[in-house]
Design a protein around this ligand. Structure first.
Ligand SMILES: Nc1ncnc2c1ncn2[C@@H]1O[C@H](COP(=O)(O)OP(=O)(O)OP(=O)(O)O)[C@@H](O)[C@H]1O
Length: 347
């Protein structure tokens, strides 16, 4: 097994080992959750009624994926995304599972140098999950001294409102990264329409002048969706698609996939070349019956670190790739068929 503390280099840059990367990600998350706790604490003690406003706001450094490989192909895509954001257009990244949409969206968002807010699409996401909701009652006391010797003591109870990611991003001029947005029911996204087009965000649940937010001029959004899900269960409303530009992300070229795998594992160059070549051959052979993303290549490489002999023979490689792709097939017969197709692809 490879030495986890060894220094590796990609395109001349030292990259961290898997363990170092994990530790850095963990530290970033800790920082974020501590920051959110502090922010909500100070907001409520100030009695703003908007406790938890800063929840979910990440600095560009925190949001930037680590590691993030930038080959010419990735730079070109990234430039398109940041270019459209500069033109004040919400961007919709569409592509197959494990192709690199999330990493690209976060990197482009971080490149803007503005705070980033993240939300994951889900069946349970509704308008409140995007804009915010009342979260119980808040009680505080006021003491006023009107004239010398006359005091008035008032106990005030009011509903506590918590802004959710879209409101936070719209108010702070952050970049909203809405991952797998097409997993959420389309009706939840009606609030995005006027936020994108008219610069006004409605917060149903709030009353009076607080019902709407004037969207910060630096607010931007990057939405990602999976090619299959996008065409499937929750087809987003045309009105929303009409307000975005689409950037299709396919699987990267071989050199890019090699560099990505190298950035995530401690495998030597020769076996990285072999695992990427095999993954690409299997991808072609399976032709969409089972989606084989760059994530599969990374996982297979991690498998080879543990199970592989020095030269990564075909049988071990086939075993590893079969395990990596096995969760995507249903029964014994499918699994046998998968294994046969993997073997013939990498032979
Ligand atoms: N440019 C890159 N540099 C380093 N790692 C990358 C890069 N692009 C993708 N990856 C890695 O490849 C894997 C898949 O990428 P990612 O999660 O972004 O794909 P995705 O298309 O969003 O997948 P899904 O549809 O499953 O969410 C992840 O482990 C990610 O860290």
């Amino acid at each position: 097994m490879a030495d986890g503390s060894r220094e590796r280099k990609v395109r001349g840059r030292k990259i961290a080992t898997d363990r170092e990367q994990k530790e850095r990600r963990w530290a970033k998350k800790r920082l974020r959750s501590n920051g959110a706790a502090d922010a909500s604490g100070s907001a409520s003690s100030a009695g703003s009624g908007d406790a938890g406003d800063a929840d979910g706001l990440m600095s560009p450094e925190e949001a930037a994926p680590d590691p993030f490989v930038r080959t010419d192909e990735i730079e070109a895509l990234s430039d398109r995304i940041t270019g459209w954001m500069a033109a004040d257009q919400p961007v919709h990244l569409i592509g197959p599972t494990g192709a690199g949409k999330t990493a690209l969206a976060l990197a482009a968002a971080a490149d803007r140098g503005r705070p980033v807010v993240w939300i994951n699409g889900d069946e349970a996401v509704d308008t409140a999950a995007l804009v915010g909701a009342h979260a119980g009652a808040e009680r505080y006391e006021e003491d006023d001294q009107y004239v010398s010797g006359v005091r008035k003591h008032t106990e005030i109870v009011r509903e506590r409102w918590v802004d959710n990611p879209l409101s936070v991003a719209a108010r702070e001029g952050a970049t909203l990264v809405y991952n797998e947005f097409s997993r959420s029911p389309p009706a939840a996204h009606n609030v995005l329409l006027s936020a994108f087009e008219e610069g006004i965000l409605e917060r149903p649940g709030k009353r009076g002048s607080e019902r709407t937010i004037d969207v910060h001029p630096e607010f931007r959004a990057v939405l990602t969706s999976n090619t299959i899900e996008y065409a499937g269960v929750h087809r987003p409303q045309d009105a929303l698609l009409d307000r975005t530009v689409g950037v299709h992300v396919g699987f990267y070229d071989e050199e890019t996939e090699r560099e990505i795998v190298a950035a995530h594992t401690d495998l030597d160059e020769e076996r990285i070349e072999r695992v990427v070549e095999a993954t690409r051959a299997v991808r072609e052979e399976l032709d969409g019956d089972v989606v084989v993303g760059t994530r599969a290549a990374i996982t297979a490489a991690r498998g080879l670190v543990v199970f592989g002999s020095d030269d990564a023979d075909d049988a071990t490689l086939a075993d590893v790739l079969a395990d990596v792709l096995a969760p995507k097939v249903a029964g014994e017969d499918d699994l046998r068929g998968l294994r046969d197709r993997i073997e013939s692809a990498i032979a």
